[in-house]
Design a protein. Structure first.
Length: 140
């Protein structure tokens, strides 16, 4: 991990090899699964960012969870995603808007849950921190 204070950082040329063995895990999950996933990852010591997102066939809310980790930590993170984001079947009752969009008027069973996970190599990781004022005590 690189801590460069508030100094500007230039990105390396795209041909430079990565200077870290980190990956960025991006998991798109159902809203109802996101809280449990974030809780488990934080309890396991991972830093996590959760964003509210929307999309997909059901046009329902979902969450996108980000965590930057060392490659060696990838399997525990994927295992947590598998445990907390299970596939399940729900009954979809179409609305008038769905009918107008061409969806059938009868309730249908659809699979929801699971996760779509992207694992991206991190070319460079930089953590910027403001310098502490003179005489300030460091906190953990």
């Amino acid at each position: 991990m690189t801590d460069l204070g508030t100094q500007p950082v230039e990105a390396p040329a795209s041909t430079d090899p990565p200077d870290s063995d980190m990956v960025l895990v991006i998991a798109v999950v159902q809203d109802e699964d996101a809280g449990g996933l974030v809780d488990e990852l934080v309890r396991s010591g991972f830093s996590v960012t959760r964003l509210a997102t929307a999309g997909g066939f059901l046009r329902r809310g979902n969450s996108t969870v980000f965590t930057g980790i060392e490659r060696a930590q990838l399997q525990p993170v994927l295992a947590a995603i598998r445990r907390k984001c299970r596939l399940r079947t729900k009954l979809l009752v179409p609305t008038a808007a769905d009918f107008m969009a061409g969806y059938p008027g009868e309730p249908i069973e659809v699979d929801v849950g699971g996760a779509v996970v992207f694992v991206l190599n991190v070319e460079r990781f930089v953590q910027l921190r403001a310098p502490q004022p003179a005489g300030a005590m460091a906190t953990a």
